[in-house]
Design a protein around this ligand. Structure first.
Ligand SMILES: NC(=O)c1ccc[n+]([C@@H]2O[C@H](COP(=O)([O-])OP(=O)(O)OC[C@H]3O[C@@H](n4cnc5c(N)ncnc54)[C@H](OP(=O)(O)O)[C@@H]3O)[C@@H](O)[C@H]2O)c1
Length: 264
């Protein structure tokens, strides 16, 4: 049990699978109350039942499509009404469709912007007054190493994660002096269902198979840092070194890493 997490209400978006599901489990394991949101109600119900049985905590869940701004706004209002103040927010829901810009269809671009960027801004904007009023809280944004280095076939996904990082870095400076911590989580490939939609051919998943992170380990690390003043979590750590070199010499690195960057 983690004393910082114990009894804290933590809203986790995209909690019906992958990293979000494990985040919920680890929040509950540490004595917190995970509040789940996603579209798949059957999956949410099963996960909540499993968590309630294993950890003897309540695990409320909300079915919502985060790409529908009006629906998601109403759901956040309902969450606040049902639970009073929320202590923590993990903006985790996210999607990708890997394609060259010229081959992309507009619906995919629009969905990536809505889920990865607009809904994250919406959730944060709506919950922030509550956190500020309490003078404490933690907002964790699940970004990506794609928010640090853009690669072919991920122009839009990468742009959404660059947006998340920019938002996170500015917000941190605004609210940390007021007691609200803000952390970005920048991940390399993680073994989840994410790639079923991102690249149904399976080619990219195969090419990164050896370096895939375990979603359970990722979630455990994130929850270990909950309610601490952690600026960023970068996993795997060697990718962080790569993005630092990239920021110093982008053209040279794009040339050097061309083969690797074109693996999608
Ligand atoms: N897997 C990776 O390699 C990787 C790498 C870097 C960063 N990330 C980031 O990690 C986060 C979690 O991804 P994951 O790997 O765990 O993928 P995942 O297993 O596909 O989970 C994505 C979650 O987002 C939810 N979601 C998607 N569209 C939604 C919508 N319109 N409304 C509500 N919820 C929606 C899904 O729930 P429903 O389908 O039930 O709605 C699901 O719970 C994402 O932000 C992703 O960008 C992943």
């Amino acid at each position: 049990m983690n004393e910082r997490v114990k009894g804290k209400k933590v809203l986790i978006t995209g909690a019906s699978s992958g990293i979000g599901e494990y985040l919920a489990i680890h929040v509950a394991r540490e004595g917190g109350i995970p509040i789940l949101a996603a579209r798949s109600d059957k999956k949410l119900n099963l996960i909540a039942e499993k968590i309630e049985e294993a950890f003897a905590v309540t695990c409320p869940w909300y079915k919502a499509d985060l790409s529908n701004d009006a629906e998601w706004k109403d759901t956040i209002d309902r969450i606040c009404y049902d639970h009073g103040s929320i202590d923590g927010l993990i903006n985790n829901a996210g999607i990708a469709v890997f394609a060259n810009v010229s081959d992309s269809n507009w619906q995919d671009i629009d969905r990536m912007l809505s889920v990865n960027v607009k809904s994250l801004f919406r959730t944060t904007h709506q919950l922030l007054p509550h956190l500020l009023q309490n003078g404490e809280g933690h907002i964790v944004n699940i970004a990506s190493q794609a928010g640090k280095i853009a690669t072919p076939k991920s122009a839009v996904y990468s742009a959404t994660k660059h947006a998340v990082l920019g938002f996170t870095n500015a917000l941190r400076m605004e609210v940390e002096p007021l007691g609200v911590y803000v952390t970005s989580v920048n991940l390399g490939p993680v073994r989840t269902n994410f790639f079923q939609q991102a690249d149904p051919s399976g080619k990219y998943e195969k090419s990164v198979d050896k370096i895939m992170l375990d979603p359970n380990q990722v979630a455990r690390t994130v929850v270990e840092h909950l309610f601490t003043k952690q600026r960023e979590i970068n996993l795997p750590s060697w990718m962080d070194s790569g993005s630092k070199v990239y920021s110093l010499a982008p053209a040279a690195m794009e040339k050097l890493m061309q083969k690797q960057f074109n693996k999608k």
